[in-house]
Every structure is written in C-alpha cells, then in structure tokens.
Design a protein around this ligand. Structure first.
Ligand SMILES: [Mg+2]
Length: 348
C-alpha cells in the first residue's frame, strides 16, 4: 500500500460565539486538512489548525511545511512514512524543519491508514480493549464577569460540569469571576486557565483568594519560559498547577516534572508533533505517576476524533479531557466519530 497522493485543503468552521483567551480572539476555526491516498485505495486524513499565537504556525506555514516533505513520503508505505516523519536527523533536514502542527496532521493521517489496513478502530490500535464514554470540559471565554457567570450557568444547564475558565491579566477580575462561578455552581469542577497572563505575585494573591473554594487546577499562570516562577507557585499552591504552554515535547515534560515546576502536564497533539510523540509523553508521565490533561487547540473534527481515540487508550493517566471544539461549532459536524450530547461523549 504505497502512498500515491498527498493533498491539502484549507477548511473553515464558524463558531457559535467568538472564542476569547488572554492570547487571542477567534471567530472561525481555520485549519489545513491533509489527505493521503494509497495505491490500494485507502485514504487517511489528518488536520492542523492555524494557531500562530501558540505554535507559530498559520495556514501558510502549515501548507509550506507539508509541501516541503511530500516527495520524501511519496511512494513509501505508511509505516515507513511514519518512521521517516519522526526520525531524528540533523537540523537541516527537511523533516526537522517542519512545524509541529504540520507534523501532527501527517502523523494522524498515516496512523489512520495503518489502523485501517489492520481493520481496527484507532482506539484499539492505540491499545484500548473497549470503548468507554468520555467527558470533556467546556471552555468559558474571557469576558466581563457577568457574561462569564451567565456562560458558566448555561453550560451547567446543558449538563457540562467541568468548566475551563479563561482568564486575563486582571487578577481582581480573575478572582471575582472564579468566586462568582464557584458560588453560583457549587458542584461544578472549575479549571482555571490564565494562558501565561499572570506574574508570580498576582498568582499567589489569586491562590490566597481561592481558599475556601474548590478549584480543580490552575493552568499555565505565568510565561512559558518562566519555569522558576512556575515552580515557586507550585511549591506555594494547594491547588494543583498544570503546565501547558511550557510543555511542547517530551524534553519539556521531563524538565518540568524533574524540577517539580508543575503538578500536571497538558498534552496537545499540535504542540508535540502528533500521536506518536504524545504517547511518549503519556508513557513518561505514567512512569512518574503524573496525571495529564489531553487538550487541543480550536480544531476540526478529524484531529478531535484522533485525540479522543487516544484518550480512551490512556484513560488511566489522562485525568482531564479538554476536547470541546465540536461543542463550539455553529453547526454539528457529520465527520465526528463521537456524539457530543450534554456531558457525555459517546462513540457513534
Ligand atoms: Mg491552556
């Protein structure tokens, strides 16, 4: 089953309402879809969203990355192509120069081809014996306090009880928002995501103000490069600290865990370069008894599908699933392997 064609398409999915974090504001999900066809007729699909603010890759960079290695993957069988994609070569090699998201899109298309050739669904290919229902958090975008509390209540009425609340640099606003949501929804699990917007002093003040409230975790309070600051916060905090932007790959994860700079790691396929790389981090975290979040950017249905299949296979180490993009689509996607109704995600 040699690869005979690799094609790319640019796709857009309108959102119900704009998605706002400390880093960006998004009205449409914009992504590149890569379609790999083999001589035997099998087709594997992968996706990479444009998230320039986070991975440095916009649509142009992703297209350019994929185009630069098409000739290397062409005529290979998928298992060999996957090996070539993840091979460590010197830094001038074309494959080493491609972006993480572009690499992830190719990795997922190739894995899909391999699982299809073995005639098994992806979750089985990743090692799970059986399908289970999953639960994702839902994002509450950064806004005025009243709007955020209303959004949290609406999510709760729809059965969503794990809320990922996006906060900005204004610590007083952050404190007021979280206290108000916690009071309004005492049984909700609240995950706080500052997307690097705080400094250490502000974060410690926030933690003090959260005493008496039940908060699940605080995600990436300070700049990704400020591991020392993150460690100071982790040592001080009785709320678990989750590293997101500070961890792209296995080396980053090891550094954060070995230095005890955070309690948990947020793994995203688009940061680490695909499923095979995510599995390396998951296996490492499992060996260290560290629990993870499996997160995503604002993504299309195919890359969310693959992340969900992976979440099933690693349910013992993935404590939180942050794969709520389909809930934010204006129209329901027909390309999902899963139903997103209320709080449970079920396999179709
Ligand atoms: Mg985050």
């Amino acid at each position: 089953m040699k690869i005979i064609n690799i094609q790319t398409e640019i796709k857009y999915i309108p959102l119900k309402t704009p998605f706002v974090t400390a880093l960006r504001r998004v009205e449409n999900i914009e992504f590149v879809r890569v379609i790999i066809t083999c001589k035997n007729g099998l087709v594997g699909v992968g996706e990479a969203p444009a998230t320039k603010a986070i991975t440095g890759e916009g649509i142009e960079e992703i297209l350019h990355s994929i185009a630069s290695i098409i000739t290397i993957l062409h005529n290979q069988i998928p298992t060999n192509a996957l090996e070539l994609l993840h091979e460590k070569k010197d830094n001038t090699d074309a494959i080493c120069l491609i972006g993480h998201s572009a690499k992830a899109s190719l990795d997922m298309a190739l894995l899909s081809l391999i699982a299809q050739s073995e005639n098994i669904p992806l979750f089985k290919y990743f090692g799970a014996n059986e399908m289970i229902d999953l639960q994702t958090d839902v994002t509450i975008s950064l806004n005025s306090k009243d709007v955020m509390v209303e959004d949290a209540k609406k999510a709760s009425q729809n059965g969503m009880d794990i809320l990922k609340v996006k906060l900005g640099s204004d610590i007083n606003h952050a404190i007021e928002v979280i206290q108000a949501i916690a009071k309004a929804l005492p049984t909700a699990k609240i995950l706080v995501d500052a997307n690097q917007a705080w400094d250490v002093t502000g974060c410690l003040h926030f933690i003090d103000a959260m005493q008496g409230y039940l908060i699940e975790l605080i995600e990436q309070p300070v700049m990704a490069s400020d591991l020392e600051g993150l460690k100071t916060i982790t040592e001080y905090s009785n709320i678990p600290i989750l590293a997101d932007e500070a961890v792209f790959n296995l080396e980053d994860a090891k550094k954060v865990i070995e230095t005890k700079s955070a309690n948990m790691i947020n793994i995203k396929l688009m940061k680490c370069g695909g499923v095979l790389k995510a599995i390396e981090i998951l296996e490492y975290c499992k060996s260290q008894n560290i629990q993870c979040m499996l997160g995503s950017m604002l993504e299309g249905p195919i890359s969310i599908n693959i992340a969900l299949h992976l979440a099933i296979a690693y349910k013992d180490v993935i404590k939180y699933i942050d794969l709520d993009s389909p809930l934010l689509y204006k129209e329901e996607s027909q390309e999902l392997d899963f139903n997103f109704y209320g709080k449970n995600i079920t396999y179709k």
